[in-house]
Design a protein around this ligand. Structure first.
Ligand SMILES: [Zn+2]
Length: 321
């Protein structure tokens, strides 16, 4: 483990916000999420080193269901992602995209179909080697590109995973053409889900961004923040047990800690080794009756959050100056 200073402003003054375990793979290993006292950036501290973090990405982490509903979801997601690049599609010539954290290359291929030239960065081993476009397998800040050659760099749910977001954003500034875009999606550290409800994927998520922190990252590296879209069209961060949180903190005046958060239905199935189905759903309802009401009200709560721009996920567009 290593202890680090703030990646954005260098301050060593930070306060603990919450503690939670790795909910996915190592439920008895707890981590502390702190908040920089100067700029408000959130981060896991102390944290696993670059070598140690590998353990938290077992092969299982990369497995996706190969169902038709999953592929329909991907098409919806990629369309939403592509909409951010649409303003660049006018004008002459083919545009060039670099997708950081491109997985098996599905999003770049989606953009090829829209007429883009694409390249990708992926440090995780692909289940099928990518041969149809240029792929870099080192960390983004180490790729051997040193001039502005891309019209856009995208990073969907990547920046929260890396050990040095500043190095990544500086690299984006180095390789994006003047007037080009750096588009990235991260969780919103000001949302109730990220900050209070233990919905973060710690320690795979190492950084937690506020809009002010993002603005500063971009300004320090030569981008202007062009827009932020707060919403659930690409990735979701449901306000799990917001009702229990309100009751405990507002009505009872108590602290809400990780032990107060019920298992998610998926965790419940895995802990008790149950198959999805009606009986399991009833068992889960008996385990946590408030979660049934909680979930029923999600659409309402999420809509209200999006209107107030307090939802758990935001996409930021930086324009290279
Ligand atoms: Zn700071």
């Amino acid at each position: 483990m290593e202890t680090v200073a703030c990646n954005l402003c260098g301050s060593e003054r930070a306060r603990a916000v919450y503690e939670m375990p790795d909910r996915k793979f190592f439920r008895d290993e707890f981590f502390t999420v702190v908040e920089c006292g100067r700029c408000g950036l959130g981060f896991v501290n102390p944290r696993p080193t670059l070598a140690e973090i590998q353990k938290y990405y077992p092969a299982k982490y990369y497995q996706n269901p190969s169902t038709t509903s999953h592929s329909r979801y991907l098409v919806r997601r990629f369309s939403a992602e592509a909409s951010y690049l649409k303003p660049l599609e006018n004008g002459n010539g083919r545009k060039r995209l670099l997708d950081v954290g491109c997985g098996n290359g599905e999003f770049p291929r989606f953009m090829v179909a829209r007429g883009w030239e694409v390249e990708g960065v992926e440090i995780a081993k692909a289940s099928q080697p990518i041969t149809d476009f240029q792929i870099y397998t080192e960390e983004f800040d180490k790729i051997p590109v040193h001039e502005p050659r891309y019209d856009a760099v995208t990073a969907w749910a990547v920046m929260e995973h890396v050990h040095d977001p500043m190095a990544y954003i500086r690299k984006a500034a180095e390789v994006v053409k003047k007037g080009g875009l750096f588009v990235f999606l991260v969780q919103n550290f000001q949302s109730v889900a990220s900050r209070h409800l233990f919905c973060e994927d710690v320690p795979r998520h190492l950084y937690f961004f506020t809009r002010e922190a993002v603005k500063q990252y971009l300004e320090k590296t030569g981008f202007a923040l062009e827009k932020e879209v707060n919403g659930r069209k690409i990735y979701k961060l449901a306000p799990y047990n917001w009702l229990g949180f309100i009751v405990r903190t507002r009505l009872l005046g108590k602290k809400y800690e990780f032990r107060d958060a019920p298992l998610t239905s998926k965790e419940f199935r895995s802990v008790y080794n149950l198959r999805p189905g009606l009986v399991t759903a009833l068992k889960y309802a008996a385990y946590s009756p408030t979660m049934v009401l909680d979930r029923m009200l999600w659409p309402l709560i999420e809509t209200a959050q999006i209107l107030r721009e307090t939802y758990g996920v935001s996409t930021f567009v930086g324009r290279k100056l």
